[in-house]
Structures are given as structure tokens and as C-alpha cells.
Design a protein around this ligand. Structure first.
Ligand SMILES: Nc1ncnc2c1ncn2[C@@H]1O[C@H](COP(=O)(O)OP(=O)(O)OP(=O)(O)O)[C@@H](O)[C@H]1O
Length: 301
């Protein structure tokens, strides 16, 4: 695994005797999109405020590209890009003029760099039109371009796809992935929307009561848990075990993990052995179900 871009080491935040963040440690890596998931009040916003220096740590350290937020703020923050919930844009100016305006907030953003980010977020054709004519998805992408202007290595997105439909989310994700990979940026997506995290991220960390309670990779090409009802079960059992399937049999229903594209193969082979298939279907345990189990049913929208 490559070197982390961001390191949170045993961070704690206490305000007026209340522990908001409790001894949390986390590493974020280049090229990776990490989802930060938690019920309302879990401490997501507080963590982001600590990461961007808007709040001071009670104890622990946060470093970005090796620079400490507490001791070397300017250097650390130079590597951070933030997209807030609804990026504030000048609607009656063109996308280009907006970017030109925001580029002046940083040192050394060239016109060539502005063109580069416009191209990266797919806005080249419409960039000279007024922002008021943009779709919501285009505005989000303009917000992304704005956050990328100074070429940060760490990008924070707070509830990034607010209001986008699933197709819009998917489109936005394509751009995020391209940016994570091409620029070797570490992207951190804070959201209480499980579906959003599932769609956009490679990895998810779950926070509750200021503590990290789970961390896992999200694999899109994962095997699906299937339930199969077929008879005679002895023949099915024989076939599955001699072909290396891992399965369980409960009340006449087989449970096994396999990739969806393997389903027709399995059906053909069983039918060839005179097996009668009554049903085969996917059993989905979504991240949402896992999450609800983990957090004991915290308030999720
Ligand atoms: N300045 C503050 N002073 C005291 N308590 C605070 C302060 N800021 C946040 N809190 C409390 O800290 C806890 C964590 O809040 P935080 O906003 O970080 O949660 P969150 O995960 O971002 O939730 P949401 O999804 O609702 O934004 C909450 O109980 C909140 O009331």
C-alpha cells in the first residue's frame, strides 16, 4: 500500500466536557475514494472541521502530506480542496469567470491550469455560458473544478451529490474516479446517504459517537449471495461440492456466493443432470442493512 496522504492519529475533541471525537485514528491513501458514513450527530462535520483547521484538536495529530495542521497550517492546507454541500457560484457569470475569480484566491493558478480542470470535469463546451443555465450536475462539476484549481492532493466532499438523481450521481462518480486516479488524489466523501457512498467509494469508514466503528472495502464486482431451490437436493449437493462451491443447505434452500454471470452456467449444468430448478435469486444484504446492524439502527435517512 502506498504512503497515506492524510493521517489522523488518536484525535480527540472535547467541548465543554463533551467528547465529540474520541481517540480516532485514520489513514487516507492516494487514488482512493473513502466514504465517511455515520448517523446525524456522529461527528462527521466535526472531523472535517478539525481536518481543515476550522477547529483545534484537544489531543492527537492530523497531518496532510506530512505537514501538521496544528504546527504547519499553511503547508498542510495548501494540499486540501473542499467542496461544500452547495457550491456558492455567481450564477450570472459564466463558469469560466467563476473559476477565474476563485483562482485568484490561490497563488500560481495559471490559465492553463484552469483549462485543465475544465477539461477534467467535462465542462469545456459550456464553460463560457452563464452558470444559471447549468444543470445541477454541471454545477456540482464546476464546484469540483473550483476545488481542484490549486492542485490539492486531498479533496474533501461534504454531502456532495445533494439533490442529484442516481444517473447524476453515477456521472459525478465517473469524474471523481478519473481525478482520484489521474492526479493521485485522496478523496474523502462525507455522507449520511448509504446509497451515495456505495456508488461512489472504494472504501467506507463508519463513525458513531465520535468513534470509528467499522472500516471496509467496497467491491463492485463482488460475488452475490444466491438462494437456490432445486431438487433432488442430493444431486445438487454433489454437483456443488465436486465443483468447489461453498454453500449451505437450509430447509431445502441452498445458499451460495457466486458472480451473477455464472448463474446461467450453473443452471445449464444442473439441468443437464436432470435437476429441477424451482427458483434462484439474489439475497441482497446491502451496506444499509450492515450499517443498521452495526449502529443498532441509528437515525439514517
Ligand atoms: N461547537 C459545538 N459545541 C458543542 N457541541 C457540538 C459543537 N459542534 C457539534 N457539536 C455536537 O457534536 C456532535 C457531533 O456533531 P457533528 O456535526 O460533527 O455530527 P455529524 O456527524 O456531522 O452530523 P450531521 O450528519 O447531522 O451533520 C453532535 O452531538 C453535535 O451536537
Amino acid at each position: 500500500m502506498s504512503k497515506p496522504i492524510v493521517q489522523l492519529k488518536n484525535i480527540t475533541k472535547i467541548i465543554r466536557g463533551k467528547t465529540l471525537i474520541d481517540n480516532m485514528s485514520l489513514e487516507l491513501f492516494p487514488g482512493q475514494i473513502t466514504g465517511f458514513l455515520g448517523p446525524n450527530g456522529a461527528g462527521k462535520t466535526t472531523t472535517i472541521r478539525l481536518m481543515t483547521g476550522l477547529m483545534h484538536l484537544t489531543s492527537g495529530t492530523i497531518t496532510i502530506e506530512g505537514a501538521s495542521i496544528a504546527d504547519d497550517y499553511e503547508k498542510a492546507i495548501a494540499n486540501v480542496g473542499v467542496i461544500v454541500e452547495n457550491p456558492e457560484m455567481y450564477k450570472y457569470m459564466s463558469g469560466y469567470k467563476n473559476l477565474l475569480h476563485f483562482s485568484r484566491m490561490h497563488n500560481g493558478v495559471t490559465k492553463a491550469r484552469i483549462d485543465e480542470v475544465i477539461n477534467q470535469v467535462g465542462l469545456t463546451k459550456r464553460i463560457h455560458e452563464r452558470v444559471s443555465t447549468y444543470s445541477l450536475g454541471m454545477r456540482q462539476r464546476l464546484g469540483l473544478a473550483q476545488a481542484l484549481l490549486h492542485d490539492p492532493k486531498f479533496l474533501i466532499l461534504d454531502e456532495p451529490t445533494n439533490g442529484l438523481d442516481p444517473a447524476g450521481i453515477r456521472e459525478f462518480r465517473t469524474y471523481l474516479r478519473k481525478i482520484a486516479q489521474e492526479n493521485n488524489v485522496s478523496i474523502f466523501v462525507s455522507s449520511h446517504l448509504l446509497s451515495e457512498i456505495e456508488l461512489m467509494c472504494d472504501r467506507v469508514v463508519v463513525i458513531q459517537n465520535g468513534k470509528l466503528i467499522d472500516e471496509r472495502m467496497i467491491q463492485s464486482d463482488e460475488k452475490t449471495r444466491m438462494q437456490l431451490k432445486a431438487e433432488p437436493s442430493g444431486v445438487v449437493e454433489n454437483y456443488l461440492s465436486s465443483n468447489g462451491y461453498v454453500f449451505t443447505l437450509h430447509e431445502g434452500v441452498f445458499l451460495l456466493d457466486l458472480k451473477e454471470e455464472k448463474v446461467p452456467v450453473l443452471i445449464n449444468e444442473l439441468v443437464a443432470q436432470q435437476v429441477q430448478i424451482f427458483a434462484i435469486s439474489a439475497v441482497h444484504e446491502t451496506l444499509e442493512e450492515q450499517f443498521l446492524q452495526m449502529t443498532g439502527g441509528g437515525q439514517i435517512v
